[in-house]
Design a protein around this ligand. Structure first.
Ligand code: HEM
Length: 406
């Protein structure tokens, strides 16, 4: 039994409870290791199964018998859910079957690797501008917050440019998106959703207005293309614009922050990146595996089934721990070692199957552009104070990451 399991108790329920506690969210990895010792999946309480091995999570996400919680499911399990606009029932993340496929095919074309490649020069330009601003703010040796000045700004600028959100409106999104993503975390008390609901109403009003303007006068952007193409109701369109906006930067922000933290705390990684012994693409792939920006997602199934050899009763919810699957010793040799040269790659950080992340190529490209430029521009980049971690389990990253750049 691992030390952690001995401390928190060794039953799956106790370990899962510890993962949900503040200390577990701050560092879930020893607790994931304790789960791996138990098996591939476990029922942690009646009606709630956790899948944590690579094979179990991968198989479950690819199996269409496991469904995302759509409106019909929420009606069964939560009578009052319709009072919460933050539980966007028309977004891709909450749709199954034909509705999911129809909306996904409408949006996914904008994010293919070929389309993403065409954006590389624009991303380089945005990154260059942000680095110039960081240089100016940090030139007197004062700390610069990497999260506020770069990790948030790069993805939000890119996704807003793509969607067609005017520049003047972008600054307002950070706090609103921060409030909205609480709806992705495990909800113990509906009161948790009050700020998320307010954020959803704000964003719905914002996009309702923007859709009307683009309908009247289409521009060369994704939002106008979706409006002109038709095929989505206004409610579907707006829900998915909100998803693209928020998914487009909340997660990529954390990829950039988690990666920079590794550079700041592991001199050997920094020097091999600077020397070109490790490529930016391999570094980014290993950051995604080692400290996944999205740690968990969930499914349910109406009929009896199994995951990782554990029975899933009809109606049970299954939490897929992506962050644990990426540290599964059955799949990754020495999983707790950060090793960009590893060849046992293929982490589940972007999910798998029908809901595989639409923006995976874009997120990878942004990070692959960003890190080499940051290192080349800041030869003396260093930590400049304690980072502040975000408190959620699902979205893993930092609120603040102070650095000195000169
Ligand atoms: C490092 C950055 C990112 C990570 C780690 C990430 C992770 C994920 C994961 C794990 C899922 C699957 C959820 C599930 O199966 O329940 C997902 C879905 C999704 N992601 Fe990302 N994402 C990232 C960046 C992006 C970007 C840049 C965009 C926007 C262009 C985006 C848009 C979406 C959308 C629309 C879905 C829903 C797809 C569907 O349900 O069919 N993501 N993402």
């Amino acid at each position: 039994m691992s030390d952690t399991a001995a401390t928190v108790g060794s039953s799956p329920g106790e370990i899962f409870g510890a993962i949900l506690a503040p200390a577990g969210k701050a560092d879930p990895y020893p607790l994931y290791a304790a789960l791996h010792e138990i098996g591939e999946a476990a029922e942690v309480m009646p009606g709630l199964v956790v899948a944590h091995s690579y094979d179990a999570v991968n198989a479950m996400l690819r199996d269409q018998a496991f469904l995302v919680a759509d409106a019909a499911r929420l009606d069964q399990v939560w009578a009052g859910w319709r009072e919460h606009p933050s539980l966007e029932a028309d977004s891709l993340l909450n749709l199954n079957g034909a509705d999911h496929a129809r909306i996904r095919s409408a949006v996914a074309g904008a994010f293919t690797p070929r389309r993403v490649n065409q954006l590389t020069a624009a991303v380089e330009q945005v990154a260059g501008g942000l680095i110039a601003a960081m240089t100016e703010h940090g030139s007197a040796g004062s700390p610069v917050d990497f999260m506020a000045e770069f990790a948030y700004q790069l993805p939000v600028t890119v996704i807003c440019e793509l969607l067609g959100v005017p520049e003047a409106d972008r600054a307002a999104f950070r706090p609103v998106a921060r409030d909205l993503v609480v709806a992705l975390e495990p909800i113990e008390d509906p009161a948790q959703l009050i700020p998320a609901d307010a954020a959803a109403i704000w964003l719905t009003d914002y996009f309702t207005d923007l859709v009307a303007r683009r309908r009247a006068e289409p521009q060369d952007d994704l939002l106008s293309a979706l409006v002109v193409a038709g095929g989505l109701s206004d409610v579907e369109l707006i829900s998915n614009l909100i998803l693209l906006l928020v998914a487009g930067f909340e997660t990529t922000t954390n990829l950039l922050g988690n990666g920079l933290r590794i550079i700041l705390t592991r001199p050997e990684v920094e020097s091999s990146l600077r020397a070109g012994q490790v490529t930016a693409a391999d570094f980014v792939a290993e950051v995604l595996r080692y400290d996944a920006p999205v740690q968990a997602t969930s499914r349910w199934r109406p009929d009896p089934g199994e995951v990782g050899g554990v029975p899933v009763p009809p109606g049970a919810q299954v939490i897929a721990l992506l962050g644990a699957a990426n540290r599964d010793p059955r799949r990754f040799a020495s999983p707790d070692r950060f090793d960009p040269a590893r060849s046992d790659g293929g982490p589940l950080s972007f999910g798998a199957g029908a809901h595989f992340c639409v923006g995976a190529a874009l997120a990878r490209m942004e990070a692959t552009v960003a890190f080499p430029r940051l290192l080349a521009s800041f030869p003396r980049l260093a930590a400049a104070g304690q980072p502040v971690r975000r408190t959620g389990l699902v979205l893993r990253g930092f609120d603040q990451l102070p650095v000195s750049v000169c």
